[in-house]
Design a protein around this ligand. Sequence first.
Ligand code: 5GP
Ligand code: ZN
Length: 113
Amino acid sequence: MDNCLFCKIIAGDIPSTKVYEDEKVFAFRDINPQAPVHVLVVPKEHLDSANAIDESNLDSVAACFAAIPKIAAGEGLENGYRVINNCGAAAGQTVMHLHFHLIGGRELSEKIV
Ligand code: 5GP
Ligand code: ZN
């Protein structure tokens, strides 16, 4: 996808701090971390947002969730972590390539659900 920041990061055209990669998933540290561990888990397949998820791309989404426990273990998050997806402008999505924030390493008190 031309002009997509995360597609460029996945391609290596823009540098990032990679923490995990497999056939379908790329994960890297957020440039503006909200906690000691703040990793962005993204499908290599470009999907604009959670609204683009359907039966044709469930493999990409499932691969992200299969990667998350491995990444969390690698980051030492045995005591727990939070996974967040912002979908659309009203939720504060700023990069239109589906991504899951994996956050941990401190007490996460601001529960919104
Ligand atoms: P959103 O607000 O769309 O849910 O999350 C986008 C996230 O991408 C933000 O937490 C922001 O800090 C992160 N981000 C934006 N630009 C870059 C970048 O160039 N590199 C990295 N590593 N993270 C970025
Ligand atoms: Zn993209």
